[in-house]
Ligand binder design. Structure first.
Ligand code: TXA
Ligand code: MG
Length: 318
């Protein structure tokens, strides 16, 4: 197959064949490993409840957790959700990219099970070229939670994604390591205002620059998926650590903090830290340490999402 000939053209042909095969798998109601710029997703046809049920089964996830519908472009997004002027401004500013909008659902576009029975729907246009290729080829909305088994860190490399849920899929697209490394920002745009439900790669400050200050997420806005413990390695996680205690692995941040090989970012760069976060948590956990200590990471900008995921890994939230 593709390995016989090393030219770029042969590789492009192989990719196109992989995308076609993955789209066909979605059409049959099978699951697909989907690379995105944030994390790898476990994808299914959003219109078919029996396909969506297989995702919950494969992840071991409670059924009340609603999923994100991924679409190829803003026009496709308007077919699944109702956009107002604020939602359109956010879509124009950040799509394709790591922003998910929770909006009033159009009836019957995404099945009830994928929305967990809510009358809203979460929708995003991912920025990864292979993801967009698959979505364009498939045509309809595709739901894709992170491809980890429930309660485990999201996979940010093809190898980690295969190890988590690879046994459950009919097709797997290798998109390389995820550039962002934390899940998309989830924002609801509903009558009550614009609320941040899950911090992510698009920061609160970037959102406010487009739609003004965000409202606090009240109960009605609360993201149901956030009620459960997420992103947890097996080893205990200790935050705001200055140095490693005996038997611990220290994940550093910034110059001179711990072993550079275990650093989230030796230079203290938040983007690099986000991209390394889940891979390093996994690698540390696989070494079977007494614990994983994590150096302080600033809270500003992308640091809000990183600290949110760290607090969850430590069992401090959720
Ligand atoms: O970066 C990402 O968003 C990745 C990649 C694969 O696209 N996907 C992902 O999906 O993180 P998942 O299922 O692990 O997280 C979806 C989040 C959950 O917190 C869920 O509760 C929230 O979106 N959500 C989905 N639909 C919602 C709705 N109608 N109202 C409120 N929150 C919703
Ligand atoms: Mg997840």
């Amino acid at each position: 197959m593709g390995g016989l000939n090393g030219t770029d053209e042969a590789r492009a042909d192989q990719r196109a064949a992989d995308v076609t095969a993955a789209a066909a798998a979605l059409q049959r109601g099978d699951l697909v490993l989907l690379p995105t710029e944030t994390v790898y997703g476990l994808a299914a046809d959003a219109t078919r409840p029996e396909a969506v049920a297989r995702i919950f089964e494969a992840k071991g996830r409670p059924r009340f957790n609603p999923l994100i519908a991924h679409v190829a472009d803003a026009a496709a997004a308007e077919r699944v959700a109702v956009f107002d002027a604020r939602a359109r401004r956010l879509a124009e500013a950040f799509w394709p990219g790591p922003l998910t909008l929770v909006l009033p659902a159009r009836p019957d576009a995404v099945c009830d099970l994928a929305r967990a029975g809510l009358d809203t729907v979460a929708v995003r246009v991912p920025g990864h070229a292979l993801a967009r290729g698959l979505l364009a080829s498939f045509g309809g909305p595709v739901v894709a939670p992170s491809a980890n088994r429930s309660g485990r860190p999201s996979p940010t490399t093809f190898e980690d994604a295969l190890a988590e849920t690879g046994a459950e899929v009919a097709a797997a697209l290798d998109g390389g390591p995820c550039a962002v490394g934390v899940e998309s920002t989830v924002v609801s745009v509903l009558d009550g205002g614009v609320a941040l439900l899950r911090p992510g790669a698009v920061t609160r400050e970037e959102l406010a620059a487009v739609v003004g200050p965000l409202t606090e997420a009240g109960e009605g806005h609360r993201s149901p998926g956030r009620l459960t413990r997420h992103y947890a390695p097996d080893a205990p996680v200790r935050l705001e650590a200055g140095t490693a205690r005996p038997g611990e692995i220290l994940l550093g941040f910034g110059p001179g903090v711990g072993d550079p090989a275990w650093s989230l970012s030796p230079s203290g760069d938040l983007r690099e830290a986000a991209a390394n976060l889940f891979r390093l948590l996994r690698r540390a956990d696989a070494a079977g340490p007494a614990g994983i200590a994590v150096a302080p990471v600033p809270h500003a900008g992308l640091g809000e999402a990183i600290n949110d995921r760290l607090a969850r890994a430590a069992g401090k939230i959720g």
